[in-house]
Each structure stands twice: as structure tokens, then as C-alpha cells.
Design a protein around this ligand. Structure first.
Ligand SMILES: [Zn+2]
Length: 457
């Protein structure tokens, strides 16, 4: 049963345009919701959480992560996108057992919570049997995170260009796991989309989302795979609407951003991964220019780390790099800089909530919304003296500074430690699963493995 908490005397960055920021403010949480924010005075009956030397802000929203890959963290850090298809899709994905999905998702969600991500769109695209999907969802539910669980088919259904029809197991999943659409964990469809499946299969996949009344998250515009005008094709077939979030968008044409803006869609940028793997130009500037909600995501933890602070920095620096480089080539100087720290912090919170179809529930510290709140320490060597809290969060934030995490009014991290989860147990679960997986897949040393490029493009 969620209690009444009063966070007292924090720097509050509400991410609510009306409320703004407070140099020293309070956040009152009652029965899972935010009751009041501001200078709340004395005599409030609630458990007090001291906000001194803490920045309070809404929990981060990661709008696209393939959490099942957390068991194989960092194996592809030095791989190309093509090697990723060969190694992760061609070798490892199909070797997963249901218990691997459980172990991977559990450690993924706890890692996310520990780093201040309170909502995650789990892009689950390795559901090789119904038992795989059940195990993945079970871990999400147990973790305590807020999650939009995106059903994304099986490993075999993902080898491009797929002509394998939708299994429709998601119909069973919707009935069994998601009888109501208002829980902490909800359902979306994560179809293969026009880049990875035939037109016929793509139309079937999207029709199923309509049938179930669930939103869609789809990869578009990733590298050479994404240059074939996938969003224009979707628009021509009536598949673009406000219930669709477009992942990456780096290689899309300008007219496709216009389509996303005109049809009320949202974007998910995975900036660090996109720069590593050659997806194209980061989409944030083209998204912001059209007022498209432009959120931030982690994508594959086989290559990159899983925290939002790093992702915000990658997006800010990468976007500015594009503009600065182009200006330099024209012998010009950029002024003012495009994209601000405040922009990317909003992308990581409020825009994330919009891209996860939860704008009325989370994403800002607004009275009436669900209480997903984090406190970040500022009494550290790297944060003092504190001059500009927004800049400090974006440029010097890291998971070890996340002192308190609250999801739906429940404290899931306190005094820098996750509550109710045994690190040693989860670590052993993950290591044991990883060892067995690598043995089944025939990978002797995942740290030295260099798969061949994927040929079937
Ligand atoms: Zn992805």
C-alpha cells in the first residue's frame, strides 16, 4: 500500500511548463500520486524524505530497449550493425531459453531502476515460444518498474526480409497478462515494420495492433536499411497515427518527419548506439524543428550502457557535433548552439512519457500524475559548487548519484540501494544463464568474438 511521503527542501526540476523549477521546494506524494509541488509549509502529515543536497525530478523514460539482451551485455561493443545481425540474431537469439529471458529482463529492469529510469518501453523481440514471452513479462512485473512491454515476435521472425506471418501469440498474452489497460505494466506491439518484413506481413502485423487496440513502436530510418522511405510507405497504407512511435529515424527523408509531425507520432532516438553503428544523422534536431515529441532510448545493451545520463550527453553532444561540423566546413561559426541541456532533459522525461503513450500519467512532477520521482545527489566532488542544476544533471549525472527512486508512489531505491532485491542472487541467476547460453550457442569467449557480416540484406 503506497504511503504519504513529503520530499522536503530539494532543488525541484518539475518538467512541468507551468510549474517550472524551485531552488528549494517540496514534493508531496499520496497514495501513489503527486498531491502537491512547491513551498508546502509545515504541519503536513507524511513521512519526510530530506531533499537537502538533492535534485528532485521525474523518473527518466527509456522509450526503446531490447532488455532481453542484457544477458549478453557488451559483446557487440566493437561490432558493426551487420555483425550485430549475424551475432545476436543469427547465433545468440535463437539459443535463448525462457529462463534466459527472465534473468535478462530482471537484471535489465533493476539496472534501469537503479539508474533512475522509472518507465521503460521493453522492445521484446526474442519471444521464441509462448514460454519465452511469459518469462520476460514475469521479470518485468517482479522488478517494480513501470513498463510498456512491446511484443516483438520471435528471433526467426526477425531475420530480414521476413515473410513469416505473425504468430498471434500476443492475443493470448493480451488476455492473460493485460486484462486491463491501466496497470503499471501495459502492452504495445513492436512489429518488424516495412524495413524488416514483407509488405504483406507488415500489414498483418499492424492490423493486429488495431485489433487489440494497442499502440505501436517501430524501427524506421536505421542506416542503409532505413533509406527506402519506410514512413512514406506506412503513410500510404494508413499506418501512421498518434499511437505510433518511430525508433531511430536517422536515415529518414525530411518529408517523412513532416508525416510524423502531421499525424501526431513520436520519435525515439538512441543516440549513442546510432553513432556507433552508422544509423545516420541523429533525429533530434529535425524532430524538435517540427515539435515532434523526441524521446531518448538506450536500444541494445550488447553495445552500450543502460543509463539515461549517458544517453542525454550523447544526444546533446552528437546533435551539436553535426551542426558544428557542417558550419566549420562552410567556414562559419555556430551561434547560438542548437539544442540545450534543458531540451534533452525534457526529452528524457516529458517527451519520453508522450512517446510511451503515458503523457497523462508520468513525465513531469505535476499534481495528479502518478508519483514516479527520483532524487539525485549533489553533495559530491563532481557536482559542487552547483550553479546550473539542469546542466549538472545532464553533464555530470551518473547512476551512482541516484539516491532515491519512487515508482507509482512506492520507494524502490533508498539511500542509494535498491529495496527488496538481492544483488548477489540476481547476479548469479544472470551469470548461470549466460554461461549456459554461450555453451549452447558455441561461443567460447564472447569478449573476443567477431562475427562475419550479415549477408542477406
Ligand atoms: Zn532497436
Amino acid at each position: 500500500m503506497a504511503k504519504r511521503y513529503l520530499i522536503r527542501g530539494a532543488r525541484v526540476l518539475t518538467q512541468d511548463a507551468e510549474l517550472g523549477d524551485f531552488d528549494r521546494g517540496d514534493v508531496l506524494v499520496n497514495d501513489g500520486a503527486i498531491e502537491a509541488v512547491g513551498h508546502l509549509g509545515e504541519g503536513i502529515d507524511a513521512e519526510v524524505i530530506d531533499g537537502t543536497d538533492r535534485i528532485a525530478l521525474p523518473g527518466f523514460v527509456d522509450t526503446h530497449r531490447h532488455s532481453w539482451q542484457s544477458l549478453i551485455r557488451h559483446v557487440s561493443t566493437d561490432w558493426t550493425l551487420s555483425q550485430y545481425f549475424s551475432g545476436v540474431r543469427g547465433v545468440l537469439g535463437k539459443a535463448y531459453e525462457p529462463e534466459d529471458m527472465y534473468a535478462a529482463n530482471l537484471i535489465a529492469m533493476l539496472d534501469a531502476l537503479d539508474s533512475g529510469i522509472t518507465t521503460l518501453v521493453d522492445w521484446s523481440h526474442n519471444n521464441n515460444t509462448p514460454e519465452h514471452a511469459d518469462a520476460a513479462i514475469q521479470a518485468v512485473v517482479e522488478s517494480g518498474i513501470r513498463c510498456v512491454w512491446g511484443y516483438g515476435n520471435s528471433n526467426d521472425e526477425w531475420l530480414p526480409i521476413s515473410s513469416i506471418p505473425q504468430s498471434r501469440d500476443v492475443v493470448r498474452i493480451a488476455e492473460q497478462w493485460f486484462p486491463t489497460k491501466d496497470d503499471r505494466v501495459t502492452l504495445a506491439l513492436a512489429p518488424r515494420g516495412p524495413q524488416f518484413a514483407t509488405e504483406e506481413v507488415t500489414l498483418q502485423d499492424f492490423a493486429l495492433a488495431k485489433e487489440l487496440g494497442i499502440p505501436v513502436t517501430v524501427h524506421t530510418g536505421d542506416g542503409v536499411w532505413g533509406k527506402g522511405l519506410p514512413v512514406r510507405w506506412m503513410a500510404e497504407h494508413g499506418l501512421t497515427d498518434e499511437h505510433t512511435t518511430y525508433v531511430h529515424c536517422c536515415a529518414l527523408a525530411d518529408e517523412e518527419f513532416d508525416i510524423i509531425a502531421a499525424t501526431g507520432g513520436a520519435i525515439s532516438c538512441a543516440p549513442e548506439l546510432e553513432m556507433h553503428m552508422g544509423h545516420g544523422k541523429l533525429a533530434a534536431l529535425r524532430g524538435h524543428a517540427r515539435d515532434i515529441p523526441t524521446s531518448i532510448s538506450i536500444d541494445v545493451c550488447t553495445s552500450v550502457g543502460g543509463d539515461m545520463f549517458s544517453a542525454m550527453r550523447a544526444l546533446l553532444a552528437g546533435s551539436r557535433y553535426l551542426v558544428n561540423l557542417a558550419a566549420l566546413e562552410r567556414d562559419e561559426v555556430v551561434d547560438p548552439l542548437p539544442l540545450t541541456a534543458r531540451d534533452v532533459l525534457r526529452d528524457a522525461t516529458r517527451a519520453g512519457a508522450r512517446a510511451a503513450w503515458l503523457a497523462d500519467k508520468v513525465g513531469s512532477l505535476t499534481p495528479g500524475k502518478r508519483a514516479d520521482v527520483i532524487l539525485v545527489r549533489t553533495d559530491t566532488w563532481g557536482m559542487q559548487p552547483l550553479n546550473y542544476p539542469v546542466g549538472a544533471i545532464v553533464e555530470s549525472g551518473h547512476p551512482m548519484l541516484v539516491d532515491l527512486v519512487m515508482v507509482d508512489g512506492e520507494v524502490v531505491k533508498r539511500d542509494g540501494q535498491l529495496v527488496g532485491h538481492d544483488f548477489a542472487r540476481v547476479r548469479q541467476l544472470a551469470e548461470t544463464a549466460r554461461d549456459a547460453l554461450m555453451q549452447r550457442a558455441g561461443v567460447a569467449d564472447p569478449g573476443l568474438w567477431q562475427p562475419a557480416v550479415y549477408e542477406n540484406r
